[in-house]
Design a protein around this ligand. Structure first.
Ligand code: GLY
Length: 257
């Protein structure tokens, strides 16, 4: 039996004032894991809470595009090789659940109005997302978890970067840069999406050897320190942590923490 654990983050560049929403997310995910629930259910519950928190850049708090619209990206993946990803969807308060709906479909990535049309057909809530007028926002929320069976999951969600064009997609829903999972490690990134995408961050961290701390440090070393970047990770060996080159609220829950 594996040791269940969950790690959540509230976005690179966010400060301690945003810690309560991250703690609430970790607590909700941990309640599921400690009751014998799945890593997938835990990361979805945790990210839903962060999407509902107006101070975090995801779901309800999604930052506005240059034209004032709120377009959201989200992804979820599991250590048994499933992926669901939604990009630039509108009118969707909890895009993480639409992404999860793609895990067992013959297609894994949907974009824009096509994503919303599919969500409508499946009955996912369609409601205007007011979004946040915060002038800053390059960040994301994310969560990784392992359950008692040793299955892992990762989930990410964002409103993108404040003021970017409509249709722009950052790293958050991208398999490789923004999230990665295999049988040994689950990773989620946060920060400036263009930089993280160019570096193929999460995949490059995953293929490093060493401790989780060493692998996360390697990932951050790829960036100029002026570029805000953060990572969270969990390994099948029982390691779990967050690390950033800037402030980043994060939380870990396990039987020992
Ligand atoms: N990391 C979030 C974004 O760049 O969209």
């Amino acid at each position: 039996m594996a040791k269940p654990m969950i790690v959540c983050h509230g976005g690179a560049g966010h400060t301690a004032k945003d810690q309560p929403g991250v703690d609430a997310a970790a607590d909700a995910g941990w309640a599921i894991l400690s009751a014998g629930g799945s890593a997938l259910d835990a990361v979805l519950a945790a990210v839903e809470i962060m999407e509902d928190d107006p101070v975090l850049n995801a779901g309800t708090g999604g930052r506005k595009r240059a034209d004032g619209s709120v377009q959201l990206d989200a992804a979820v993946a599991t250590s048994d090789g499933r992926l669901g990803s939604i990009m630039a969807i509108e009118d969707t308060p909890n895009p993480i659940h639409v992404a999860a709906g793609l895990l067992d479909q013959p297609f894994h990535i949907l974009v824009g109005q096509g994503a919303r049309d599919w969500a409508d057909a499946q009955g996912y809530p369609n409601a205007k997302v007011e979004g946040s007028d915060s002038p800053s926002g390059n960040d994301t929320v994310g969560c990784v978890a392992i359950d008692e069976k040793g299955s892992m999951a990762v989930a990410t969600s964002t409103g993108g970067c404040t003021g970017r064009p409509r249709g722009r997609v950052g790293d958050t829903p991208l398999w490789g840069p923004g999230l990665w999972i295999d049988e040994g490690i689950a990773l989620a990134a946060t920060g400036i999406g263009e930089e993280i995408t160019i570096k193929m961050l999460c995949h490059r961290v995953a293929i490093q050897t060493g401790t989780l701390q060493q692998r996360l440090e390697y990932g951050l070393s790829l960036f100029d320190p002026t570029i805000e970047v953060g990572l969270i990770g969990i390994t099948v060996n029982g390691e779990g942590q967050g690390l950033a080159n800037t402030k980043m609220p994060w939380a870990i829950r396990s039987a020992n923490q």
